[in-house]
Design a protein around this ligand. Structure first.
Ligand code: 5GP
Length: 177
């Protein structure tokens, strides 16, 4: 089914069932890998709010979550600058940290943000991303927990927006034109 958001059409790409099944598998790995470690999830707003919420609900081990916000993404291409807008209130020193991202595109965002976190000396630092556009890579990022590799096409839904719209879709749709 195709839908229109602003000036673009989008077609179905990942159903809510496919997303949920993948999140179950990611959560199972995190439950296993972080048992007894009380991990701190750090999701990056806005795009990762839905993914982070569904993932967090599937964790059965003690775990904490603290959202942060970096410069927002505008239009259909990654913007250059990344600015921390809402800071991290939890002390991450010696914590097991998992950064939760909606999508890794060029890798620029995390290439700037991960060193900032590493500077605060967490015990461990891993990335959990729902989507990865491998072909768009400029800054390679080590994604320990990945939902889906996707082609280098713009997607919306499940927290991801097109100029502010489309975040409320429960599935992920791909640009059709
Ligand atoms: P990167 O810094 O890796 O190039 O870009 C990461 C950010 O770009 C993501 O957190 C997301 O906000 C945005 N982004 C990249 N590709 C897409 C896309 O296909 N759709 C949407 N809605 N945002 C994207």
């Amino acid at each position: 089914m195709a839908i229109h958001i602003l000036d673009k059409s989008f077609k179905s790409y990942l159903s809510k069932e496919e997303i949920a099944a993948r999140i179950d598998a990611l959560a199972e790995r995190i439950n296993h890998d972080y048992a007894g470690k009380n991990p701190l999830l750090i999701p990056i707003l806005n795009g990762s709010f839905m993914f982070a919420s569904d993932l967090f609900k599937k964790l059965t081990i003690p775990a904490e979550i603290s959202f942060i916000k970096l410069a927002s993404y505008k239009g259909t291409q990654s913007t250059g600058n990344v600015i921390t807008a809402i800071g991290l209130e939890t002390d991450i020193f010696q914590r097991h940290v998992i950064v939760v991202e909606d999508i890794v595109d060029t890798g620029k965002t995390l290439s700037i943000f991960l060193p900032q976190l590493a500077h605060q000396q967490p015990h461990s630092l891993n990335v959990c991303a729902l989507l990865h556009k491998k072909e768009a890579t400029v800054h390679p990022i080590d994604i320990t927990y990945l939902g889906f590799e996707i082609p280098n096409l713009f997607v919306v839904g499940y927290g991801l927006d097109y100029n502010g719209q489309g975040r409320n879709l429960d599935c992920i749709m791909q640009v059709a034109d």
